[in-house]
Design a binder for this molecule. Structure first.
Ligand code: CA
Length: 229
């Protein structure tokens, strides 16, 4: 049973989400403030943090940043109003894995949670791209043996790209395989994750261990390049 920390100050939305999640076998703890949510994260472990960005006490982005520090392995899913696009970009930068926009559709929320959890279990075959090794079962990426710390979605995205190094993979395919099969919304989250992946790969590279790079294929998607020999 997956443990969800629901962070939402709105009583109507909160109680709706709480009962819907319970009905679908999630173990739900509901926090109405950012401060309370951060305290609970320090006490208990959660698989998923469902974080409304509009909270009465703390800025939702700040809660997200601190939550990532407290609970590095939890999936953090932001809930935001459609008008707050900048929040989404910043939130993904500070460690959120995904976002949903209000008004929330329960079916979409449940489908996403299910998809996230399903992908938590993967095969055991390590993938090698140059000096980089993607250990699928352990969810670790190393470059010449040194681990590159990745967020869960960054790992999933790099894993997907590394399955076909040198091949262009379309945005639709990446969104479907890494996020949700039926996702029809904004794909900004993909670009943000590419930006952070590129930065982390470049940061881990050394002269003796060049990292693979990610090329933008304009109007199509992305391609993981083998490092130059
Ligand atoms: Ca709110």
């Amino acid at each position: 049973m997956a443990a969800v920390l629901l962070v939402e100050d709105d009583e109507t939305i909160g109680s709706l989400l709480e009962s819907a999640l319970r009905m679908h076998d999630y173990d739900v703890m509901w926090s109405r403030t950012g401060g309370d949510a951060l305290r609970r994260m320090q006490i208990d472990e959660y698989d998923i943090v469902l974080l409304d960005l509009g909270l009465p006490d703390l800025d939702g982005i700040e809660v997200c940043r601190r939550a990532r520090g407290i609970t590095p392995d939890a999936l953090i899913i932001m809930i935001t109003a459609r008008t707050q696009e900048m929040d989404v970009v910043v939130g993904l930068e500070v460690g959120a894995d995904d976002y949903l926009t209000k008004p929330l559709r329960l079916r979409e929320l449940l489908a996403r949670l299910h998809a996230h959890l399903r992908r938590g279990t993967s095969s055991v075959v390590p993938l090698r791209v140059g000096e980089m090794v993607v250990q699928v079962a352990a969810r670790r990426v190393t470059l010449s043996g040194d681990e590159i710390a990745l967020r869960p979605k960054e790992f999933d995205l790099l894993h997907r790209l590394a399955q076909e190094p040198g091949a262009a993979i379309s945005r639709d395919t990446l969104m479907a395989d890494v996020w949700d099969t039926h996702w029809r919304g904004s794909t900004k989250t993909l670009d943000v994750h590419i930006v952070t992946l590129r930065r982390k790969l470049a940061g881990a590279a050394t002269s003796s261990a060049p990292a693979p790079t990610i090329t933008t294929v304009r109007g199509y998607g992305y391609r993981l390049e083998l490092p130059a020999p």
